[in-house]
Design a protein around this ligand. Structure first.
Ligand SMILES: Cc1ncc(COP(=O)(O)O)c(C=O)c1O
Length: 450
């Protein structure tokens, strides 16, 4: 640090006084200040090193300071840092749009860029709404949405409206629009009398009943494919997504797939929808899209939806929505490099043995007292701590059991952030087997000590 730099004490004091941290009780906040990072290692202002066990909140993909992504951003910086997307373009953003249409499920051909996961979802919600108002055969009554209990789609008011995490969202209830709710298709806490083999059919029947009754007023169903991440890495039964796609087609309701958390390689495939051969009508991407470097998001859609917005300016079919930094070229350069590294380093291929190793560690965890369920989807895992394994009774949320495990893991040099009583393991895809062993070992030790 230069002589003019603030001291460590000043940094801590200023951090407490001036920085209002996200999802953090500031009265209890203890400064934890990362000054640099390398690969999967975060290094704090005191030089202490921590493995990044949650990909800097689920977004880092190829590691921190990846030479290829660093160089792509620097190269873009030598051309131009920002070009607006309002009536203008730039080569890097164009190339990224083209690449995304090639990589995502067949049929998604148009990309609307914004700058974070919540905005990607807002864009999808508004596009779905406007589509029904102005397509050739308009359906003006289709103004509502079907969303799942415990869903999380971001923190802007539209995405909170379709969200369903009571702890985060209940406060804002008076500000939100109404949505139609379906039960969370949870594979761990099944409804009474429903066996695992019946779960998919059970949840789909429930959705079908809602669609049969409400489809005339539903613009879209919003879903986090395969895993409801913020709900506590809740896994949907296999086949649920494909079934939902089939039902939404049958009842003429659009399907919005929010792959903000699970997209870009996390599930072992490039996109979660690929696991069940699904093309949604709208696909939301953010987080890992830039490898965890810069805020950039994308909402992709089909020719059918795109065409409904075409006309003369006077017809007022324009999508009047935009964010100043949507499609920012520096972010686009990071995203293009991130996607190219998947090919250059055969990321998805080399990920498979790591997914298998993660399963082995989870098998150890499964047998520990206080562990109710372990859930895995590709290279993400949630370990749910419960008060009673037999009844699946949760710990009270105030007990902060997940946080206790994470605090203990920190003393072993592993940084994790829980979701209530669920310990999340979600390291960068480039994590080595040895690093994964360290992360999982720290979790096992911490859970054993509870
Ligand atoms: C599924 C999902 N959608 C949307 C979001 C919101 O993304 P952002 O925090 O970039 O707004 C998140 C964030 O965790 C998410 O998990």
């Amino acid at each position: 640090m230069s002589p003019d730099s603030p001291s460590f004490d000043e940094l801590c004091r200023w951090d407490r006084e001036h920085v209002w941290h996200a999802f953090t009780q500031m009265a209890e906040y203890e400064p934890f200040i990362i000054e640099r990072a390398q690969g999967r290692t975060l290094i704090d202002i005191h030089g202490r090193r921590y493995l990044d066990g949650v990909s800097s909140l689920w977004c880092n993909v190829h590691g921190h300071r990846h030479p290829r992504i660093d160089a792509a951003i620097r190269e873009q910086l030598d051309r131009v840092a920002h070009v607006t997307s309002l009536g203008m373009s730039n080569p890097t953003t164009i190339r990224l749009a083209r690449k995304l249409t090639e990589l995502t499920p067949e049929g998604l051909r148009h990309v609307f860029f914004s700058d974070n996961g919540a905005t990607a979802v807002e864009v999808a919600l508004k596009m779905a709404f406007q589509y029904w108002q102005q397509r050739t055969d308009p359906r003006p009554a289709k103004t509502s949405y079907l969303a799942f209990d415990a869903a999380y789609h971001g923190d802007t008011l539209g995405s909170v409206s379709v969200g369903g995490v009571a702890r985060f969202h209940a406060m804002f209830r008076p500000l939100l629009f109404d949505v139609v709710r379906a039960p969370v298709p949870d594979s761990y806490r099944l409804p009474a009398g429903v066996a695992m083999e019946q779960a998919c059919g059970y949840y789909l029947e429930h959705v079908e009943r809602i669609l049969a009754a409400e489809h005339q007023r539903l613009a879209a169903v919003v879903v986090e494919p395969l895993v409801q991440a913020a709900a506590g890495m809740v896994r949907h039964p296999v086949g649920f997504l494909a079934g939902l796609r089939e039902l939404t087609r049958r009842y003429d309701v659009l399907l919005i797939a929010d792959e903000v958390a699970v997209g870009v390689g996390r599930t072992g495939r490039m996109f979660a929808c690929e696991h069940e051969s699904v093309t949604p009508d709208l696909l939301c991407l953010a987080k890992g899209l830039t490898g965890g470097y810069l805020p950039l998001a994308a909402t992709l859609t089909t020719d059918e939806i795109w065409r409904a917005f075409l006309g003369t300016y006077a017809e007022s079919k324009t999508f009047f929505h935009g964010h100043t930094y949507g499609g920012n070229p520096l972010g686009a350069a990071a995203a293009l490099a991130t996607l190219e590294v998947f090919d250059e380093e055969r990321t998805l291929e080399t990920l498979q043995p790591k997914i298998a190793r993660l399963s082995e560690h989870l098998a150890t965890l499964r047998d520990l007292p206080n562990v109710g369920d372990v859930r895995q989807c590709g290279f993400l895992a949630g370990i749910e701590l419960v008060r009673d394994r037999a009844t699946r009774e949760p710990f009270p949320w105030e007990a902060q059991m997940g946080l206790q495990v994470c605090r203990r893991a920190l003393t072993s040099g592993v940084w994790l952030r829980p979701l209530g009583n669920v310990v999340v393991i979600m390291p960068p895809l480039s994590t080595t087997l040895e690093e994964l062993d360290t992360i999982c070992g720290a979790v096992v030790e911490a859970v054993q000590e509870l």
